[in-house]
Design a binder for this molecule. Structure first.
Ligand SMILES: Cc1cc2nc3c(=O)[nH]c(=O)nc-3n(C[C@H](O)[C@H](O)[C@H](O)COP(=O)(O)OP(=O)(O)OC[C@H]3O[C@@H](n4cnc5c(N)ncnc54)[C@H](O)[C@@H]3O)c2cc1C
Length: 530
């Protein structure tokens, strides 16, 4: 090397490659730069996305690399728009926190876990209380629900260690990049998640791995002084002179000046209690619809020009959107689970709602997704801030009743739904939902402002994925796409409007939607409070 050469840290975007090994990446990068491979000292993948538009599938990479270059070489490369100098944004360090009483985190989902991490790192490891059980006990409760329709309202698909994401597809998608997001993903990798999640744009873990990663994360937090109490519900909170004084947990009163509320979007009893204690809550729009299930092969053929790619790149997914010009509502697919299962995720007796889940291999023969229509507070016909919750409960009760047998789901062939007639027979052998389904006329259970846009959107989606109508089955209903309320908080301190020491975070508070964004919200709040 010439004496005046030095190491530059560069970002390179738009590298397309079928292979994934670091050696192939170095070689491809060296070729793009026009330098010898040895000059590339290190390569790190920043982002990897699958390009399914090509006849032969390939990944598109963004890379960060340390490269030894002469000044002339650097000047030549600088004129190439694919390269830029790269500097990592550092993770902010929260200042040390000193509190007289131990902080309490309510909820052991992603938001609560990462808020606990931040508080522990600032020197105040909290007490985390969680109404549901540890995953080991929770799995048994969930199996009893899915097999026999026996619901445990305190420990179920949405309540318990790991929160609502534990029995999920484990998609780790979140918009944008930030040091907080990176920190969340790194922590999950340290707890056993695959390192691909650090850069895959459609990262996926699967419920089987999540059930191992979450207890490892809990153990890491315990090592940092965080205490967990499972099977304990926050029943009440005492607020005096605009400040949190204590919490009531399963009959026990605990004095504390800082409560992080990370209760998720299904803790309706808790939200009602908080509204009664004067927390400022406003209604928020969300989306309602049904799960749709298809043969995975249909989706693979429609979405990939390279139909043979499933073994190397996994099953295909889709993201569909339709702007309904008649009603002005958006209709879109949500939480698509390739090779997955449709599952019941009720948490209240005699109400039914569904969602999707998959295992890490996504090897099932069926694909499912929610197809949902946007709803706004005006649709709830109520002046109550909690009108959206009542609206959800109403639809969930109708679904439960239409199922006939406890936690059987009402279902309909999509073709019948579009034509406006109830399905008489269902191809039950192809429906993954358990304990069972009952043929129904779903349109008779939903408001017309959801049914009509849904029908028009399904016709539009059928043009993008031929067979979407003919081979699809709808299972009712998907009501909990996001929180129907927002708990007002100060954008800088994260504290609830007018209540010092109360910190609403995550999906239930209305500030996130999904595993990663909820974890990031908890982490950010944990860094800021105090
Ligand atoms: C079946 C399913 C599949 C999903 N799939 C995905 C996916 O693939 N990717 C994705 O990004 N997101 C997915 N989601 C959404 C994701 O799980 C949530 O966005 C995320 O878990 C929200 O995190 P959170 O911490 O805010 O709340 P939650 O995860 O809901 O956690 C809240 C916790 O608080 C506890 N709690 C509630 N009230 C009390 C109380 N009074 N006292 C004590 N504890 C209480 C609950 O038991 C719960 O464990 C899925 C959700 C479901 C249900």
């Amino acid at each position: 090397m010439a004496a005046q050469s030095k190491t530059y840290r560069l970002k390179f975007t738009g590298l397309r490659l079928g292979e994934t090994g670091t050696i192939a990446l170095r070689e491809a990068l060296a070729q793009a730069l026009g330098v010898a491979t040895e000059r590339i000292e290190s390569v790190r993948i920043l982002r990897r996305s699958l390009d399914a538009r090509q006849r032969t599938l390939c990944y598109e990479y963004s890379l960060a690399a340390d490269i030894c270059l002469t000044a002339e070489e650097f000047e030549r490369i600088s004129s190439d728009s694919r390269f830029s100098l790269y500097q990592e944004e550092p993770m902010p360090v929260g200042p040390r926190l000193s509190l007289k009483q131990r902080p309490v985190v309510v909820g052991c989902g992603p938001a609560g876990l990462f808020a606990a991490l931040a508080l522990a790192e600032r020197g105040c490891p909290p007490l985390v209380i969680e109404r549901g059980e540890r995953i080991s006990g929770r799995v048994a409760a969930v199996q009893a629900f899915w097999k026999h329709g026996e619901l445990n309202p305190e420990s179920n698909v949405v309540f318990g260690e790991g929160g609502a994401g534990t029995f999920s597809d484990g998609k780790l998608t979140a918009r944008g990049s930030s040091p907080f997001k990176q920190r969340v993903l790194e922590e999950l990798v340290a707890c056993g998640a695959d390192s691909d999640i650090l850069f895959d744009t459609r990262a996926h873990v699967g419920t089987d791995r999540l059930r191992r990663v979450i207890p490892a994360l809990v153990e890491r937090l315990q090592q940092r002084g965080v205490e967990f109490r499972f099977g304990r519900r926050l029943d009440d909170i005492v607020i005096e002179q605009g400040r949190v004084r204590s919490v009531h947990i399963a009959g026990e009163m605990l004095e504390t000046g800082l409560v992080v509320l990370a209760v998720g979007h299904s803790a309706r009893d808790t939200v009602r209690m908080l509204a009664g204690r004067g927390m400022r809550i406003e209604p928020k729009g969300f989306a309602v619809g049904a799960r749709i299930e298809h043969p995975q092969d249909l989706i693979d053929c429609a979405m990939r020009r390279d139909g043979s790619a499933r073994s190397a790149y996994g099953p295909a997914d889709y993201a569909l959107k339709h702007q309904d010009t008649v009603s002005g509502r958006g209709v879109y697919s949500f939480c698509m689970c390739p090779g997955g299962l449709v599952i019941g995720c009720s948490s209240q007796p005699e109400t039914l709602c569904v969602n999707g889940m998959s295992f890490s291999k996504r090897s099932g023969s069926r694909a499912n997704a929610a197809i949902v229509v946007t709803v706004a507070p005006d649709d709830f016909n109520s002046n109550d801030a909690l009108g959206g919750i009542a609206f959800q409960e109403h639809i969930e009760r109708l679904a439960y009743a239409a199922g006939g047998i406890p936690y059987y789901a009402p279902a309909q062939c999509v073709a019948d739904f579009v034509r406006g007639c109830a399905s008489i027979d269902l191809p039950c052998e192809h429906i993954t939902y358990t304990p069972g389904v009952t043929p129904a006329d779903l349109a008779s259970l939903l408001p017309v402002f959801i049914v009509d846009p849904l029908r028009r959107a399904l016709a539009a989606f059928d043009k993008k994925i031929p067979g979407f109508i003919e081979q699809g089955i709808l299972i009712g209903f998907e009501t909990r796409t996001s929180s129907p309320v927002r708990m007002l908080r100060d954008p800088d301190t994260f504290q609830a409007a007018g209540i010092a020491g109360l910190v609403p975070v995550g999906e239930g508070a209305g500030y996130s939607g999904g595993i990663v964004s909820s974890a990031v919200d908890g982490l950010r709040a944990g860094w800021r409070v105090g």
